[in-house]
Design a protein around this ligand. Structure first.
Ligand code: NI
Length: 265
């Protein structure tokens, strides 16, 4: 699969789960003549060897991506890597995984049973990345997972899809600052994730990020339909580093707060 096809498949799936992203992109497109550039996407998975970061990453590596920095989000029991294409016009890819072995036996059993339900043949195909979930879901299990890990509960419901896309603010024609982007979003009725402040990071760490709160959508569980947070849209402004290159990495303390965009409020 070509890179463009892969991202357009992920985008189509993402805007079904997060119609606000389609609407927000349209709002920004109305302010400018050029296309909107995507800074990065993020994917979530579990640390099991059948479906861990490396399993998801291999589809990107085949397409010319390289593995970059490692991040360890200890309190969330997550680790992550980001991947960059040598052609910087392609979005960076941030893949995180939940460390199954750090949970109690009951939670481990639930998570391992999810992994066992992913069909073997899809694990070798890039279609895995947008394959959603491969198991039935109950609200009871969702709530019990949520009590242990928001990430586990989110993955249980949504499985494989882009958790977020990210507008590259530097390339917007009418917005010079992330503040002005945030004001535009709020004026249009969108709620932002304000955990740790609306803007995470600063010029000194070469990256500023903000995000909407994940859109609440109705999800059909086997024991009823409930409204829960799906995916969100992120906005990133990058600064040049000491070598005068535009910084291409991520900032742990900011990413830690961005994860919380999918929290129940
Ligand atoms: Ni992100």
């Amino acid at each position: 699969m070509q890179i463009e096809n892969l991202f357009s498949t992920l985008w189509s799936q993402y805007i079904k789960l997060t119609p606000q992203a389609f609407d927000i992109k349209k709002l920004f497109l109305q302010t400018q003549t050029k296309a909107i550039i995507n800074d990065h996407i993020a994917l979530r998975t579990l640390s099991h060897k059948r479906c861990n970061i490396d399993v998801l990453a291999k589809f990107f590596i085949t397409l010319g991506y390289e593995k970059k920095d490692y991040y360890d989000f200890q309190s969330k029991k997550l680790d992550a890597h980001h991947f960059i294409h040598k052609n910087l016009k392609y979005p960076k890819v941030f893949i995180s995984e939940l460390k199954i072995e750090e949970f109690d036996k009951e939670t481990q059993d639930i998570l391992n049973s999810l992994v066992s339900k992913i069909p073997k043949d899809i694990l070798n195909k890039s279609a895995l990345l947008s394959s959603s979930r491969h198991w039935d879901i109950s609200y009871k299990t969702y709530k019990s997972l949520y009590a242990k890990s928001e990430y586990a509960a989110w993955f249980y419901v949504f499985g494989y899809c882009a958790n977020h896309f990210t507008i590259f603010v530097n390339d917007l024609e009418k917005f010079d600052t992330l503040e002005s982007v945030n004001t535009f979003l709020k004026n249009n009725g969108y709620k932002l994730n304000d955990t740790g402040g609306e803007i995470k990071g600063n010029k000194e760490v070469f990256l500023e990020q903000s995000s909407t709160l994940a859109q609440i959508i109705p999800i059909k569980f086997i024991d009823g339909t409930y409204d829960i947070p799906s995916c969100f849209y992120e906005f990133a402004k990058r600064y040049t580093n000491i070598d005068d290159d535009l910084y291409q990495g991520f900032v742990m303390s900011s990413a830690d707060k961005i994860f919380e965009s999918t929290n129940l409020r």
